[in-house]
Design a protein around this ligand. Structure first.
Ligand SMILES: Nc1ncnc2c1ncn2[C@@H]1O[C@H](COP(=O)(O)OP(=O)(O)OP(=O)(O)O)[C@@H](O)[C@H]1O
Ligand SMILES: [Mg+2]
Length: 279
């Protein structure tokens, strides 16, 4: 199990280095930690998650896993790292609609050359969906689809789970169930969980809280949406869709064609709040 560190991490889009979505942030995520990322809509949460997961590369600064700067990896190595070591859970589930539930779960196994034993039925049981292997994604409720998506993110036993508002489309009961599932599954196996959420109660479960405001990490947690449903994410009405088209288990590959430029200067401004050991 590896740590993730990021240093002077800076991201801007296009030719606008003066408009930095992330402005020189630094931090360290230890193996096995549950890290929650909060901040207002547009503050750069998804951008940070995508950079930490190797879905995107910084304009400036570094993300290191096992000491290796992700930007120095070949495309092939970066794709391999994402496939094998990362599991992504998105707000919109992103199951492949033309594949059965079972085949959605088989995809990360086959992409990683992992022989199928009983993982599909085991993981369906873990997420409370025994016997639903032959179902189509659109035959499942939102909460059920998100539980399949969680199984798909974990089935190949990645070290890092990155979840971007995974309960944003769920009602309170399903949101609680999904959060408990993700937290429990990651803790029992010592996996690192990095989750973007608006939900205050999830913040309480975190080992480390990263609060982003105007591209910087700040100490205050006032940006956790006031009045957010107790356990459900509360996306703001004007929340932009996540960038990129994350429509497959290997959606990472679709997002690696960005070629960030690297001019400009970032300011390191780490400000992380450690919560006590949780749950
Ligand atoms: N591909 C892109 N091209 C240009 N601008 C982008 C791109 N992706 C994100 N941005 C901009 O970067 C800023 C941060 O976006 P990001 O998606 O990281 O915000 P967020 O904190 O995840 O917001 P939300 O809570 O609404 O999901 C926004 O102003 C957004 O418009
Ligand atoms: Mg986002």
């Amino acid at each position: 199990m590896a740590d993730i560190s990021f240093e002077a991490l800076t991201r801007w889009y296009g030719d606008s280095p003066q408009h930095r979505v992330l402005d020189g942030i630094s931090g360290h995520i230890r193996a096995g930690e549950f890290v929650v990322v909060v901040g207002r809509s547009g503050s750069g949460k998804s951008t940070l998650l995508n950079l930490l997961g190797g879905l995107d590369l910084p304009s400036r600064g570094t993300v290191r896993i096992d000491g290796a700067d992700l930007a120095t990896l070949s495309d092939r190595a970066l794709t391999g790292l994402r496939r094998a070591r990362m599991g992504f859970v998105f707000q919109a589930y992103n199951l492949i609609p033309t594949l059965s539930v079972g085949d959605n779960l088989r995809l990360p196994l086959s992409l990683n050359g992992i022989a199928e034993r009983d993982q599909v039925s085991e993981w369906l049981a873990r997420v409370g969906l025994e016997g639903r292997e032959a179902a189509w994604p659109d035959e499942l409720s939102g909460g059920e689809q998100q539980r399949v998506a969680i199984a798909r993110a974990l089935i190949h036993e990645p070290e890092f789970i990155l979840a971007d508002e995974p309960t944003g489309n769920l009602d309170l009961d399903n949101a609680e169930r999904v959060i408990a599932l993700l937290d429990g599954l990651c803790r029992e196996s010592g996996r690192t969980l990095i989750m973007v959420t608006h939900a205050r109660e999830v913040v309480g479960l975190a080992d480390q809280l990263l609060t982003i405001r105007e591209g910087r990490l700040v100490e205050a947690d006032e940006d956790v949406a006031p009045g957010a449903a107790a356990s459900a994410d509360a996306p703001e009405p004007d929340a932009p869709e996540p960038s990129g088209d994350n429509t497959s288990a290997d959606s990472a590959d679709a997002q690696t064609d960005s070629t960030p430029t690297r001019p400009g200067g970032g300011v390191t401004h780490p400000a992380m709040m450690r919560k006590g050991s949780s749950s």
